[in-house]
Design a protein. Sequence first.
Length: 410
Amino acid sequence: MLADVGPLGVERMMLSESLGRVLAADVVASVSLPPWDNASMDGFAVHADDVRGATAEHPAVLRVIETIAAGQRPTRPVAMGEAARIMTGAAVPAGADSVVRVEDSGPSSDAGMVTIVDDRDVLRNVRRRGEDVIEGARVLSAGTLIGPAHVGVLASLGEVQPSVYRRPRVAILATGDELVELDGFRAVRAGERIVSSNSYSIAAAVRAAGGEPVSLGVVPDDPRAIAERLQTARGCDMILTSGGVSVGDYDHVRRVIVSLGGEISLWRVRMRPGAPLAFGRLFGVPWFGLPGNPVSALVTFELFARPLLRVLGGHRRPHRRTIRVVLDEEVRLAAPLTHYLRATLADGADGTLHARLTGAQSSGMLTSMSNADALLILPPEPMIATAGSIVRAIPLDGDLGGTDRFPGSS
Ligand code: AMP
Ligand code: MG
């Protein structure tokens, strides 16, 4: 699925809006950071040789020649026997090689003098020009997901409009006679229809993966209606349909894809949930036929569509990490398929993460997904995974690992 795809295109955007976007070009520093040698403490800029060996009993006594605030420049070098009072971030004057923290200084009986009562800051507390970033260095590389620290680095380097990859536009069409969108909720109350929750959950998943969802709404299980509505997906970078790809009498989607000139390269995966997944191309872009069951739709999106979407979006790391967790209960597989089971994770007393199923694992039970921290990956063999065994898991977005507002109160 990922073989013939790559990032879509590049645009420039305001740095302040760039959180969550992906850098499209390496960022080379046009300035050095810090731009000058500066103090990392409030204190006194001195010569190391003047304060070495200083103690409370035998303090060094130095003449204070000036005060340098963070926004100021020194007016003259520090000579032997002299000190400049200096604030954090201020430029260290020529001659000085150490900044003695203010806590290690004391008043002197002589006005204009300072006593230094400790020598622990000899050759310390000076942040050198370029020690963070040196001009000309490649600081960030293309494919980096922009987080708060990257925004800070880009700002420090004056990158007001970083170059980022374009967000993939993803068409989402739900199929099913039984479905309505939220504006038709009356029919749900009347017991006649169900909400097309996939229209909303998949749009949210697309957004969370860095894409821009384009809703094509809901169509009934009618080949002409499906074909007609799919025409409006032209121009999108990826197409997702939900439902109608299984073996039921009304599962028309695959035939419609072919009738529109699309091609199907894959149908059915040895997994649960999500076995009816279909994949191919339509209108020149990747198409996923997601199964209609709400959990199947989200799990197959997660495993297959999300990585492809992230490749289109230029992510260097399209896949989520997997982790190892301890199973806290026995799990019996009902069929020799790879299972993706919804689980909660919690820290165990042994320092490892422990997993429990979120309860019944029906692919129609959307709360099994909304309660989950992770998908456990159970291979077809063995069909019984014993409590205490170690399994792989895919952590999902969420606040796993956070702590309650009042720790221990739950
Ligand atoms: P299908 O894949 O079309 O056979 O649908 C399988 C199951 O998923 C059926 O119970 C459908 O009612 C349900 N389903 C299909 N599409 C959606 C949707 N968009 N939102 C919520 N449930 C759906
Ligand atoms: Mg259906």
